[in-house]
Write a protein that binds this ligand. Structure first.
Ligand code: 5AD
Ligand code: SF4
Ligand code: FES
Length: 349
């Protein structure tokens, strides 16, 4: 009854405290469905039955960082590295648009081979050729770089906080700074990018309190998109001996994030789909309204190995496009034909 009252408060647009978010993250077994249904109701009130697709272009798996959890980390010698040349990136982007994507995410490790000038050129060439919204996901750069990329035509930027807990952030990210991560997100917002942040669920040393802090952090950052995925243990990393996160815990964080941030775009992530063959369906029924299929040619796919057992590594882009529409229709939803901009950014004008 107390849990149901809290869900009612969510439907009435309450602004929850951290203690309330912790409480929401701890439903009893028989309260879990009510949580997911409430998140689903809020999602439906904001977005209707439309699911937005974002095609991901994984254009380089080189990375200069050493995040403890990630298979692309610099010190991982157990991975074959590749870089796409600008022409290839533009061609893949144009092909993705031709099979029905209205938004693309250009993603890589932190790879300074791609100077800001080069990336500006790629963005301009894509936008000259096709009608598409462009999200960048290339890590930390300076304000001036972000400004130039925005000017070249980038519309959105995805840079996850991963964890909002300072000590845990430091432990997981050698040589990086919590403050700079936040500086990046603030710079991006001030440049009027649509901002994507997010976290991983089930990281070592994480607990329900730090997860509640993540959810409050997303609200304070006034993010447009929040990417939430399970941590998947990668044997080629220093965290390879820790257990992965679970589908259930990730769904709870996803649903509570929807209650606390009704207007954000929330993807049912590839990582969630990789832990459970129905993971993305479950996410879409617990608050998510976005899916981000891979649009890379098959020969590169298995090389972008952030974590093991990633889905879609053997599929062609058209196969994923078809598959994902089937998944969306099978749960009574529709693929959106728009760009899927954040309702917040529409309000900002
Ligand atoms: N499990 C799940 N997600 C991961 N990421 C990196 N490593 C892992 C992992 N082991 C995610 C992070 C990062 C993006 C590049 O991939 O959230 O933002
Ligand atoms: Fe590089 Fe991003 Fe992986 Fe960190 S999470 S090692 S920055 S690709
Ligand atoms: Fe790639 Fe289903 S989305 S196979």
């Amino acid at each position: 009854a107390e849990y149901d009252d809290m869900l009612k408060k969510a439907l009435n647009g309450a602004r929850f405290t951290k203690e309330e978010v912790i409480f929401l993250l701890k439903p009893e077994k028989d309260e879990m469905d009510a949580l997911f249904q409430t998140a689903d109701r809020i999602r439906k009130a904001v977005f209707g039955d439309y699911v937005h697709l974002r095609g991901i272009v994984e254009f380089s798996n080189f990375c200069e960082r050493n995040c403890l959890y990630c298979g692309l980390r610099k010190n991982n010698r157990n991975i074959t590295r590749y870089r796409l040349m600008p022409e290839e990136i533009v061609d893949i982007a144009a092909y993705a648009v031709s099979i029905g994507y209205k938004t693309l995410v250009l993603q890589s490790g932190e790879d300074s081979f791609y100077t800001t000038g080069l990336l500006c050129d790629v963005i301009k060439r894509i936008k000259e050729r096709v009608d598409v919204a462009i999200t960048l996901s290339i890590g930390e750069r300076d304000f001036e770089d972000y400004r130039l990329l925005r000017e070249a035509g980038a519309d959105r930027y995805l840079i996850k906080q991963e964890t909002s807990n300072r000590e845990l952030y430091r432990k997981l990210h050698p040589g990086m700074s919590y403050e700079n991560r936040i500086r990046c997100q603030k710079d991006l917002k001030s440049l009027r990018y649509e901002l994507g942040t997010g976290n991983m669920v089930g990281l070592p040393w994480q607990n329900v309190e730090t997860l509640a802090e993540d959810i409050i952090f997303f609200r304070e950052m006034d993010a447009d998109m929040i990417g939430i995925g399970p941590f998947i243990s990668n044997p080629n990393t220093p965290l390879g001996r820790f257990p992965s996160g679970t589908v259930e815990e990730t769904l709870k964080v996803l649903a509570v994030t929807r209650l606390v941030n009704p207007l954000v775009n929330l993807p049912a992530t590839t990582a969630l789909g990789s832990l459970d063959s129905f993971g993305r369906q479950k996410g879409l029924m617990a608050g998510a309204n976005v899916v981000m299929p891979n649009v890379m040619p098959v020969n590169y796919r298995r090389l972008y190995e952030i974590y093991p057992s990633k889905i879609c590594t053997g599929e062609r882009p058209e196969a994923c496009r078809h598959c994902i529409e089937g998944i969306i229709n099978s749960i009574g939803r529709k693929v959106s034909t728009g760009y899927g901009e954040s309702p917040k950014s529409l309000r900002r004008g």
